[in-house]
Design a protein around this ligand. Structure first.
Ligand code: NAP
Length: 276
C-alpha cells in the first residue's frame, strides 16, 4: 500500500477494547491486493460514545466502519437505514456512509457464519442446530441458521437470556441442564460463548459428540479450542472461528467498496496475524 494522501478513503473499527483487533490487518491486506486507495484503522471508543463515533462518519468523511463490543446496539440506533437482519437484531457490525451522507447499517456475522460453514461443506437446511450462548454472536448465528432452514435451539446458562434470544430469532430456548441430550441429537453444535478462549472445556459431556456431526466454534484464538479438539477426537467435523471472522469482513468490505473481496488474501492475512 502506498502512503496515504489527501485522497485516501478511510475505514476503521470502533470498539472497547479494539487494539487487539485483526480487522485492520485483514482489510488493509485486501485494499493492497486490489490496489484500492483506502486505509483501515482502529479507533478506541469508550462505552457510551458509540453513537457519537458513528454519527461522526459524516463529519469526518469516514466511508466504512466495523463496530464491535460494546457499540453494536448504539450503531443500530444511529443508522438511517438497516438491513433486515440488523433491524431484527437491533445490532450493527458494519456501517457504510453513502454518497448522500446517509448511514446504512448491516449485521454480517450471521451470513459470515453461513459462508464459513459452506466453505467446509456443512449443510444447514433441514438440520438440527444447537447454539450455545445468547449474546450478540449467538443471536446473529441463530437468526441466520433459522433463515437457512435449520431447526435451531439456543441454550444459555441464564434461561431468561435463552428465551429472549429464541423469541428474537425464531429458535427454541433450551436450558444448560438439558444440554447433553440436545448435543447428542444435534447435526450442528455451535459454541457462541467465549468458553475455550482460555482453555475452558465445553459445558456438556464432550463424549456425546459423534461422527456425522459438525461442531463449530466462534472462538478463533486459539484456533483449536478444547471443544474442537474433542470434536475431532470423537469423529465429528470441527469448524474453527476464523472462517466466520474472514467472511463477516468480506461482506463489510464489499458493502463499503462495491468490490469483490479477495477472500483468500484476507484469510491468509488473518492466519498470519494470529500466528503472530
Ligand atoms: P456476548 O454478547 O458477550 O455474549 C456471550 C454469551 O456467552 C452470553 O450468552 C454469555 O452468557 C455466555 N457466556 C459467557 N461466559 C460464559 C460461561 N462461562 N459459561 C456459559 N456461558 C457463558 O459476546 P458475543 O459478541 O456474542 O461473542 C461470543 C463469542 O463469539 C466471543 O468469544 C467472540 O470472540 C466470538 N465471536 C467470534 C466471531 C467470529 O467472527 N469468529 C464473531 C463474533 C463473536 P451471560 O449473558 O450469562 O454472561
Amino acid at each position: 500500500m502506498d502512503a496515504p494522501t489527501g485522497a485516501t478513503r478511510v475505514a476503521g473499527i470502533i470498539g472497547d477494547p479494539v487494539r487487539h483487533s485483526l480487522s485492520p490487518v485483514i482489510h488493509n491486506a485486501a485494499f493492497t491486493a486490489l490496489g484500492l486507495d483506502w486505509v483501515y484503522v482502529a479507533f478506541p471508543v469508550p462505552r457510551g460514545a458509540g453513537r457519537g463515533a458513528v454519527a461522526a462518519m459524516r463529519t469526518l468523511g469516514i466511508d466504512g466502519l466495523s463496530v464491535t463490543m460494546p457499540h453494536k446496539e448504539d450503531a443500530a440506533a444511529v443508522c438511517d437505514e438497516l438491513s433486515p437482519h440488523a433491524e431484527r437484531l437491533r445490532s450493527v457490525n458494519a456501517v457504510a456512509r453513502r454518497d448522500d451522507d446517509s448511514l446504512f447499517g448491516d449485521s454480517t456475522d450471521g451470513e459470515g457464519f453461513l459462508r464459513a460453514l459452506a466453505d467446509e461443506g456443512v449443510a444447514v437446511e433441514g438440520r438440527r442446530a444447537l447454539v450455545l450462548g445468547a449474546g450478540g454472536a449467538a443471536r446473529a448465528v441463530a437468526l441466520a441458521l433459522v433463515g437457512a432452514g435449520a431447526e435451531v435451539a439456543v441454550a444459555a446458562r441464564r434461561p431468561a437470556a435463552a428465551a429472549e434470544a429464541a423469541t428474537l430469532t425464531g429458535a427454541a430456548p433450551l436450558a444448560f441442564d438439558a444440554l447433553d441430550a440436545a448435543v447428542a441429537e444435534a447435526d450442528l453444535v455451535v459454541n457462541a460463548t467465549p468458553l475455550g478462549m482460555a482453555g475452558e472445556e465445553p459445558p456438556f459431556d464432550a463424549g456425546l459428540l459423534h461422527p456425522g456431526q459438525a461442531v463449530a466454534d466462534l472462538v478463533y484464538h486459539p484456533s483449536v479450542t478444547p471443544l474442537l479438539d474433542a470434536a475431532a477426537r470423537q469423529g465429528a467435523r470441527p469448524v474453527g472461528g476464523l472462517g466466520m471472522l474472514v467472511h463477516q469482513a468480506v461482506l463489510a468490505f464489499t458493502l463499503w467498496t462495491g468490490a469483490e473481496a479477495p477472500v483468500e488474501v484476507m484469510r491468509q492475512a488473518a492466519r498470519m496475524a494470529l500466528a503472530g
